[in-house]
Design a protein around this ligand. Structure first.
Ligand code: PBG
Ligand code: ZN
Length: 333
């Protein structure tokens, strides 16, 4: 009896193609490329100013001159783009700093444009880094007023386009924000500037480190009246369809690792390029476990990025961009 079991020979042997590194390389389905990675950068006013971000080891807020230096390194590594977030020194009720052409985001954009680096210049468009209350739009009482927020977002997007943004990325989750930006860009002579829509953005606990970095935690309440319930997937696909209809050029999902199902489904449903944002908390989880020696940092980072690409993302926005690009070059990817 036992003898026959020992002699069983499988009719199919998938292990054949896993035998050597060269064979595995030949049949690998998903290959990460630095070109597909986008590095988020936090910029502050001033010169030669850098402030480490405790919850995001290796990352710092930096002034536009230093951001340019970092962008040069990223460009040399073949990273595809940078996504700028501004952290102003002063905030007000309406987040007026967001559209200030003298703010750190426009200044960095102008420097990047003048340097003519082979990097796509992207700017996040939201009010939360600029409002005294930390919400993503203007308030009417304790509610975020959707329609009064739209022109302010549009004004910020136009200011970034003027300064050299090639892609603007509205992240406030206001209804109609993509259309509002598209119209304002077209009307101001920036028909060539693309809109990367934060189309499926869940109200996530994984944004924690970012809010420390940007000083943008809401002073009261939370973002659940505008960001989506993480329990909802069909709603996420409706949001993506709406943003596509409103004229988005690229659709984004975030957080990435909690949206792999949505990426896969969106890949089937939409022909637009898809982006995924591996958010600050996803970075911090890998980082914290690695610091304790509980996880292999490089392995875990590349594995998560690969899974995001495998699920359907063309573009991956990640705090590992610089390192991942260097690792991929080392691997000859
Ligand atoms: C601002 C914005 C946030 C992120 C991107 N744009 C934070 C938030 O919505 O609170 C999160 C990015 C990250 O966690 O890395 N609207
Ligand atoms: Zn916001």
């Amino acid at each position: 009896m036992l003898e026959t079991i020992e002699r069983v020979e499988p009719r199919r042997r998938p292990r054949r193609l896993r035998a050597t590194a060269a064979l595995r390389g030949l049949v690998r389905e998903t290959v990460l490329r630095p070109r597909r990675l986008v590095a988020p950068l936090f910029v502050v006013p001033g010169r030669d100013r850098r402030e480490p971000i405790p919850s995001m080891p290796g990352h710092e807020r930096m002034s536009p001159d230093l951001a340019l230096e970092l962008a040069r390194r990223l460009a040399r590594l073949g990273v595809g783009g940078v996504l700028l977030f501004g952290v102003p020194d002063a905030k007000d009720e309406t987040g007026s700093g967001a559209a200030d052409p003298g703010g750190p985001v426009p200044e960095t954009l102008r420097r990047l444009r003048d340097a003519d680096l082979p990097l796509v210049r992207m700017a996040d468009v939201c009010l939360c880094e600029y409002t005294s209350h930390g919400h993503c739009g203007v308030l009417a009482g304790r509610e975020v007023d959707n329609d009064r927020t739209l022109p302010l977002l549009a004004e910020a997007a136009v200011a970034y386009a003027e300064a050299g943004a090639q892609v603007v990325a509205p992240s406030a989750m206001m209804d109609g924000q993509v259309e509002a930006l598209r119209r304002a860009l077209d009307a101001s002579g920036h028909a060539g500037v693309a809109v990367l829509a934060y189309a499926s953005k869940h109200a996530s606990f994984l944004y924690g480190p970012f809010r420390e970095a940007a000083g943008s935690a809401p002073a009261f309440g939370d973002r659940r009246s505008y960001q989506m319930d993480p329990a909802n997937g069909r709603e996420a696909l409706r949001e993506m369809a709406l943003d596509a209809e409103e004229g988005a050029d690229i659709l984004m999902v975030k957080p990435a690792l909690t949206s792999l199902d949505l990426l896969a489904e969106a890949r089937r449903r939409f022909d637009l390029p898809l982006a995924a944002y591996q958010v600050s908390g996803e970075f911090a989880m890998v980082e914290a476990a690695a610091q304790r020696g509980w996880i292999d940092r490089r392995g875990a980072a590349l594995e998560t990025l690969t899974a995001i690409a495998r699920a359907g993302a063309d573009i991956v926005i990640t705090y590992f961009a610089e390192e991942a690009a260097a690792w991929l070059a080392e691997e000859g990817a």
